[in-house]
Design a protein around this ligand. Sequence first.
Ligand SMILES: O=C(O)Cc1cc(O)ccc1O
Ligand SMILES: [Fe+2]
Length: 439
Amino acid sequence: MAELKYMPGFGNEFSSEDPRCPGALPEGQNNPQVCPYGLYAEQLSGSAFTCPRSSNKRSWLYRILPSVRHKPFQAFEQKNLTQNWDEVEPDPNQLRWKPFEIPRADEKKLDFVTGLHTLCGAGDARSRNGIAIHIYTCNTSMINRCFYNSDGDFLIVPQQGNLLILTEFGKILVEPNEICVIQQGMRFSVEVFGETRGYVLEVYGVHFELPDLGPIGANGLANPRDFLTPVAWYEERTVPSGYSVISKYQGKLFVALQDFSPFNVVAWHGNYAPYKYNLDNFMVINCVAFDHADPSIFTVLTAKSMRPGVAIADFVIFPPRWVVGNNTFRPPYYHRNCMSEFMGLIKGHYEAKEEGFQPGGSSLHSAMTPHGPDMECFEKASTVKLEPERVAEGAMAFMFESSLSMAVTKWGLQTSNRLDKDYYRCWEPLKSHFHPDQK
Ligand SMILES: O=C(O)Cc1cc(O)ccc1O
Ligand SMILES: [Fe+2]
């Protein structure tokens, strides 16, 4: 496949025309009486019309047929996707999951949508406040089928297998160690190339932003120009047998048939568009003297709540980096947090737990549930000679940290059968080193 083109920038006002139709974007206005090439104009609003300019999001799509030309929506059964946070009793334990199993295509065909499994979440799409964390395991491409989320935005973290994502805005190829964000209402269809797995953070009601940098200054962490948005691409394809447009709406899936491909946008402009980001581009800032900086220093994207400084969800990474702190216990400290910490591992090992936390697996340390390094990590880090050291080489762990107290689904606790019942044992051998007679 020819190399895909992207436009750099975060939240820019982009303009893009498929090169087959130069001049497809109307000049000087959004809604001419007749659009160039006989296209339909359609606005996609990602914020209330009246949002302040700094948070106002919308794009204009110029398409062969408007999205409204479809048969009525009907229920589409997908039992593993849920927004019911009362399926099982709350569980405050430290939870860890072994890598989620990906069925083989000759056993059970799953595409990106039928392969979505909700693991945990909180809040409500109807009141536009909350999150859900899903695991996708799939082995089949979506054919004559696209998806859009009426409930919120998807931040997709591939762990195994590339995703070629066809969107209304153009094509995006996302590889493990890259992430992509597809926002509320944007239609997309996912092509996969074998057994594929990853994580999805869904946020209802707000969009992801770059965190403020404060005293860090004007540069650093995730730099805006490393975010990539696709260029316009269209196909004019009739599908007499029916093209399925699947919507997640109020936590349930619905399907509507139409007889044409929805990827018929010849040109678009606006600041509401999907994007991807390569985690290797993260400019890591960390302690260069002593003590352990909080992991907020590794925030890639944040979905803010109304409370200053409190995120509905932060996307945080633990990239390869130098660790140099003197006279410091360098791994994560033991802690109890008012926030909920969901972690996943894209590749390699995580510094607080060399064993047990595996790529494609997860952990959840809920509000105020104590956690920290396992016994081996504590003993080693307390006695090792401190020299500048590379950590997380070849690794990429990440955290979805949320101010919401999340419920775990029945799939997460039971059906997936991946819960590591022995997780608590990694802290059991921690012994007292207290010696009151000697400082
Ligand atoms: O719990 C974890 O492993 C994540 C984490 C890492 C860190 O360096 C400091 C605090 C924290 O919650
Ligand atoms: Fe933590």
